[in-house]
Design a protein around this ligand. Structure first.
Ligand SMILES: Cc1cc2nc3c(=O)[nH]c(=O)nc-3n(C[C@H](O)[C@H](O)[C@H](O)COP(=O)(O)OP(=O)(O)OC[C@H]3O[C@@H](n4cnc5c(N)ncnc54)[C@H](O)[C@@H]3O)c2cc1C
Length: 501
């Protein structure tokens, strides 16, 4: 008989790591299966050549685009998952994101629960991940039941000046909430040394609140939790009736191992969770596990992202620049304060603007523009006979992204900055970079015909299978998905603790 646990959790990233941490407190026996190993602490963590040119931390996977051409996806298989290299910008979705939103390219669907219902788990995730932020600056944000556990990371002088200029012009700049363990009031005790290699680099000093440091490592001393690294789940098998997952099949090196759990939680990331379900097809589930609706792998969303570099008059000596955000164009209609810049296009929701790390150029200041990508059934993950993922994907809302780009240019005029260069991360080619924010391939909902999971993220068709990573998202808004995935993992983890009681 396979080794049996109360719960088997597959994947140790934002979803799986956070859920395991939540459920572990119940004392139930948990097996956490992670395909990668711990990311090594080494000088290469902070070397641009190693990280970006040599791709030292990028997976060895080969995926294929819609035309069947291979590409190397920029995904990272480590304990902590994508959060080992994430920017730790941990913002909430806006309340409007939980409802239906009309976009230029179609409709962003409503969630099966509202912002107010979800809010308590946002607060829990912000406290667990030690987020530095300040509620009340950004008029588009929803209500909050708790203040942030830490004050926001302060702007350095040039960024503060840009913030002041934009504030005077009515753009409501805000401090971006960040999961970075920086204690500005007491520098000697601060883990963060303000190097600003957060986004896209591993943190050598472990000062970033990622799923490895915050969620998984604290579990290692617990007797009720077992972590297996280099353990890739290849398939889920069901009981003869096809109603529950009876075996989790794992590849560890050349060995094949089997485990089982009263509950199985899949959290391998949006593409890989779809892959595992599709690979688990049987006579009872011929299109793949939990896929009677045909929705598994569909509705892949990535965010429509563009990076813009602007030049100012003064040298940019900022070290830590990702502290400033603008949501003045997020919603089609004004939010609580009614004084967004007059005369600007408010017909469409355009997205969010945040600053990028300094790229080393003397007077350059970088901005990242994020526009919502819509769930399209045709944007989907399928697998071939050898189990390789194929991604058919075309970004949506390019028209909104173009308007946001024009609005940025106007806005920067108020801060004496002019645009010098653009780089779209959602170019026509394979989505190798765009998949950083991959989401939506197993969306939750109330209707089994149009969703894979129920409101608790249990597969409609199986009694003991849950999916708790970015796959569950029915829409992604224009905010990084990580905090929402973490909050949902706490929500599902609490549900499971109750169910297993
Ligand atoms: C460079 C970069 C910067 C980012 N910056 C931000 C940011 O600032 N803010 C933000 O909100 N979001 C950011 N993101 C996105 C964010 O990290 C993801 O949205 C989030 O981590 C998704 O959580 P997840 O649980 O779905 O997947 P992951 O966190 O990737 O976790 C999936 C885990 O499953 C493991 N796994 C995969 N397949 C298997 C298998 N078959 N068996 C066992 N284990 C498996 C993986 O190794 C991984 O550990 C960034 C992403 C990247 C790549």
């Amino acid at each position: 008989m396979a080794d049996h646990y109360d719960a088997v959790v597959i994947g140790s990233g934002a979803g799986g790591g956070t859920l395991a941490r939540t459920l572990a407190i119940s004392g139930k026996r948990i097996l956490l299966l992670e395909r990668g190993n711990f990311l090594p602490r080494e000088l290469g963590n902070w070397q641009p050549f190693q990280v970006h040119t040599a791709g030292r931390y990028v997976s060895q996977d080969t995926w294929y685009d819609a035309a069947g051409s291979p590409f190397e996806p920029r995904v990272h298989y480590f304990v902590g998952g994508a959060t080992k290299l994430y920017g730790a910008a941990l913002g909430r979705l806006r309340p409007a994101d939980f409802g239906e939103i009309v976009h230029m390219d179609g409709v962003s669907p409503a969630w099966p629960l509202g912002y107010e219902e979800f809010e308590p788990w946002y607060a829990k995730a912000e406290w667990l991940y030690q987020v530095r932020g300040l509620h009340g600056e950004d008029p588009s944000e929803g209500s909050w039941s708790e203040e942030y556990p830490w004050p926001p990371i302060s702007h350095e002088p040039l960024i503060q000046q840009i913030a002041d200029d934009l504030d005077r012009a009515g753009y409501f700049p805000f401090h971006v909430p960040r999961g970075i363990m920086l204690d500005e009031a007491n520098p000697p005790t601060s883990l963060c040394i303000r190097c600003d290699t957060c986004d896209g680099y591993p943190c050598m000093v472990h000062a970033r609140a990622d799923a490895d440091i915050i969620a998984v490592r604290p579990l290692l001393s617990r007797l009720n939790v077992t972590l297996l690294v280099n353990a890739e789940v290849t398939r889920l098998e069901t009981d003869p009736r096809g109603r529950s997952v009876s075996k989790v099949i794992v590849r560890r090196g050349t060995a094949r191992e089997e485990y089982s759990g009263d509950i199985v939680v899949l959290a391998a990331g949006a593409v890989n969770s779809a892959k595992v379900l599709l690979q688990s097809a049987t006579d009872r589930h011929p299109a793949g596990l939990a896929n009677g609706s045909g929705q598994v792998g569909r509705n892949l969303m990535c965010h429509n992202i563009a990076d813009v570099v602007a030049l100012g008059e003064k040298p940019n000596e900022t070290v830590f620049s990702q502290t400033l955000g603008i949501n003045a164009f997020y919603l089609a209609k004004e939010s609580r304060r009614a004084s967004y810049p007059a005369g600007h296009s408010r017909r469409w929701p355009l997205g969010s603007i945040q600053m990028l790390p300094r790229d080393g150029t003397d007077r350059a200041v970088g901005f990242r523009l994020t526009t919502e990508d819509l769930p399209r059934p045709g944007n989907r993950v399928t697998i071939d006979r050898d189990g390789h993922p194929h991604l058919a994907y075309a970004a949506t809302n390019g028209g909104e992204a173009a308007i946001l780009r024009r609005e940025l240019e106007t806005m920067l005029g108020h801060a004496d900055l002019r645009v010098a260069a653009d780089e779209s991360l959602v170019a026509a080619g394979p989505p190798a970079d765009a998949i950083a924010d991959q989401a939506g391939t197993c969306r939750f909902g109330t209707d089994p015909a149009t969703s894979v999971l129920d409101v608790n993220c249990k597969a409609h068709e199986l009694d003991n299978l849950y999916v708790a990573d970015a796959s569950f998202l029915p829409s992604v808004g224009a905010v990084g998905p990580a905090l929402t995935v973490m909050a949902n993992a706490i929500r599902v983890g609490e549900h499971l603790a109750h169910r297993l009681r």
